[in-house]
Write a protein that binds this ligand. Structure first.
Ligand SMILES: [Zn+2]
Length: 281
């Protein structure tokens, strides 16, 4: 079984460190309305296909809109943590990061009523500059992390020589890396998000099957704004930026439904249990 994960955040806060966003679009009530509307579509789609997933929530959502965390947990999904606010880890101080994720994890557990074992870094920002975060996550009580993209092909994230399969890090934390495929000696990312929007659905399916045939479950991720109808249009973006952040978003729901019909997915926790990395609940 492959892991299906959803990084729950608003479009503007997701891209705050990528380009300039007008302050009005970062207003908390508009971003929470957007998240709630898009999450409605995600939760209904998963219910209609009988799929369960891991939802990595920002800690601040458990504070600002706890109802959506509760509803997701009540629908049988796994609740994970995506940090307190959407900030790249390599820009944070280690002690402040550990304190913030400890609090975010506690709040998500209190609100959801389930243990929170997994972490996903905003923008996959555990890189060589921030590997210290793996120890901090272990100290904060997490059992697994899914933040390392073992590729050299992105400008924001990636650890090129990190293992492509699930492994234990020196801190004892389990790492479930984002999926890549090896092509001409390079690790090409295909684990979801922008890659899923860019590649034909059949190509994503083919790559997942290829990895599965080699004994590796895939780690797939998506954002609510890549599935639901709400995305603020940010003014002044270059054509390249517009392409990178909006391409195929409006077809996201239909494309996700197609891949869910053709490939078996489950929460990350279950995929890790099946591989003997975590004890079954
Ligand atoms: Zn994110």
């Amino acid at each position: 079984m492959n892991a299906l994960t959803v990084d729950v955040e608003g479009f503007a806060e997701s891209n705050e460190e990528s380009f300039t966003i007008p302050p009005a679009l970062l207003d908390s009530s508009s971003r929470d309305r957007e998240v709630a509307r898009n999450m409605r579509v995600v939760l209904d789609l998963l219910a209609s296909t009988g799929t369960h997933a891991t939802f990595f929530f920002l800690g601040r959502i458990a504070r600002d809109d706890p109802g959506i965390v509760r509803e997701t947990a009540a629908a049988g999904h796994e609740i994970g943590c995506h940090g307190e606010e959407h900030r790249r880890i390599y820009n944070l101080a280690p002690a402040a990061f550990e304190q913030a994720v400890r609090e975010a994890r506690q709040r998500l557990e209190d609100v959801s009523g389930q243990p929170v074992l997994g972490f996903r870094a905003p923008d996959f920002s555990i890189t060589k500059a921030s590997v210290w975060a793996l120890d901090a996550l272990r100290s904060a009580g997490f059992a697994y992390d899914s933040s390392i993209y073992p590729t050299a092909l992105h400008d924001v994230y990636g650890i090129a020589d990190s293992p492509r399969g699930i492994h234990r890090t020196a801190s004892g934390l389990i790492e479930f890396p984002l999926s890549t495929v090896s092509l001409l000696g390079r690790a090409i990312p295909f684990g979801g998000g922008g890659y899923f929007r860019l590649y034909p659905v059949m190509l994503t399916e083919l790559l997942i099957r290829r990895e599965n045939a080699a004994g590796r479950p895939c780690m797939f991720y998506i954002h609510p704004y890549e599935v639901g109808p709400e995305r603020p249009m940010i003014p002044g973006l270059s054509p390249m930026r517009r392409f990178r952040h909006y391409y195929n978003c409006s077809a996201g729901s239909a494309r996700l439904r197609r891949i869910l019909r053709r490939v078996s997915f489950c929460p990350a926790r279950q995929a890790l249990s099946e591989r003997g990395f975590l004890e079954t609940r």
